[in-house]
Design a protein around this ligand. Structure first.
Ligand SMILES: O=P(O)(O)OC[C@@H](O)[C@@H](O)c1c[nH]c2ccccc12
Length: 384
């Protein structure tokens, strides 16, 4: 199930990720989807005439590596391209910019649009906050909490799926869900209402979330472990999530090739983060089931490309052989999206989900804590 590429990520090097702008040229045989984190430092100064042509060459090289990433992804059935196909090297000023307006550079769907935007956003953030700075901050970061343990305990306590309650202000498909949005108040209400864990949207542009929300909730003393709900395209984001208070992160199989997932899971382990790996279809599920060390898989009932929601997706994917593998490996499956009623919860529970991830139906309630009781059809708070 693994990528046909033979290169294994070089974790020692990867662990010291630096700014994205490379100071090397990757040797062609080693180009892989983790390329920009793993290449050794090759100086190209000797091959280049002026500083200007050096800078241009580096940008073009980086763009080429991005294109290769797209090819690796396509070979695994991933339709989301990491970058615009004929896009400019990052920060390139010049004729490349015109290409942005070309038709070929129109994202195919909303997920692709989000990913292209995220790629640029992360590049800029990395420049402001290189990994060395994040690593320093890690020294003072409080320990992470046991995300999976919390889901298991809740599942055993209530006899129903453990709840990951989502602090979600808006989404591209549903617009603004709640105008009077106080993230800490909502988080506290969820905790009181019996949520096992919380999910905090951090994407600003499309979901009106923020890392500030994550940090505020963590610092407010909420005990539920926190999932950083972000579109992760670069291992740098794992470090960033960790210092902002995350206990878990989301890895989306529709976006990340197998090697990236494998590599990121290892970094998560080093950082004490739990990885929730999200799938939507059979191909993604099979890929993820073939990756070593996966403990938590989310089945998204929403197709992030089209926004269509169908909760029978969870049931279909867990039927037969895949469900058997999940049980054998003791993987916790999270039913995600589009859950509104006690029947919906019972449906995905029967399908094999020991946990659920819910946003809209509870965040919209005037008291999100009571929203949880309505959703589960009973009070699942610890007070009971
Ligand atoms: O609001 P809902 O339909 O209950 O869905 C929550 C959650 O599953 C959804 O927000 C989600 C699942 N996977 C994602 C990936 C990115 C952004 C959002 C999501």
């Amino acid at each position: 199930m693994h990528s046909s590429l033979s290169l294994k990520p070089t974790f020692q090097v990867a662990h010291s990720l630096s700014s994205r702008t490379p100071n090397w040229i990757p040797p062609p045989a080693q180009v892989n989807s983790c390329a920009r984190h793993t290449f050794p430092a090759f100086s190209i100064r000797s091959q280049m005439g002026s500083t200007e042509s050096l800078a241009d060459s580096l940008k073009i090289k980086e763009w080429e590596v991005g294109m290769l990433q797209n090819e690796v992804a396509t070979s695994q059935g991933i339709r989301i391209r990491r970058r615009p196909p004929t896009g400019p090297p990052l920060h390139y000023v010049g004729p490349f910019e015109f290409r942005l307006q070309n038709e070929g550079n129109t994202p195919r769907n909303i997920l692709e649009e989000i990913i292209w935007h995220k790629d640029t956003e992360v590049t800029q953030m990395k420049e402001k906050m290189p990994l060395s700075v994040l690593k320093k901050a890690l020294e003072n970061a409080p320990a992470t909490r046991d995300f999976i343990g919390s889901l298991r305990v809740a599942n055993e306590r209530t006899g129903l799926p453990g709840l990951i309650a989502e602090v979600k202000k808006a989404s591209p498909s549903r617009g603004v869900l709640r105008e009077d949005f106080d993230p800490v108040e909502i988080a506290r209400a969820y905790e009181k209402g019996g949520a096992a864990c919380l999910s905090v949207l951090t994407d600003e542009k499309y979901f009106k979330g923020s890392f500030e929300n994550l940090e505020l909730i963590r610092k407010a003393g909420v005990k539920c472990p926190l999932l950083c709900k972000e579109f992760i395209v670069d291992a740098w984001q794992l470090y960033y999530a960790r210092i902002k208070g995350a206990d878990a992160v989301l890895l989306i199989a529709a976006v990340l090739p197998d090697l990236d997932i494998t590599y990121m899971i290892k970094i998560c382990k080093i950082l004490g983060l739990t990885a929730l790996v999200e799938v939507h279809d059979e191909n993604e599920f099979d890929r993820v089931l073939g990756i070593e060390g996966i403990q938590l898989i989310g089945i998204n009932n929403r197709n992030l490309g089209t926004f269509e929601v169908d909760i029978s997706n969870t049931k279909q994917l867990l039927e037969g052989e895949r469900g058997r593998i999940v049980r054998d490996k003791d993987i916790i499956v999270v039913g995600e999206s589009g859950l509104f009623t006690p029947d919906d919860i019972a449906y995905v529970h029967d399908a094999g989900c020991k946990a659920v991830l819910v946003g809209e139906s509870i965040v919209k309630q005037s008291d999100p804590g009571k929203g949880i009781s309505n959703l589960f059809g009973k009070d699942i708070s610890l007070q009971v």
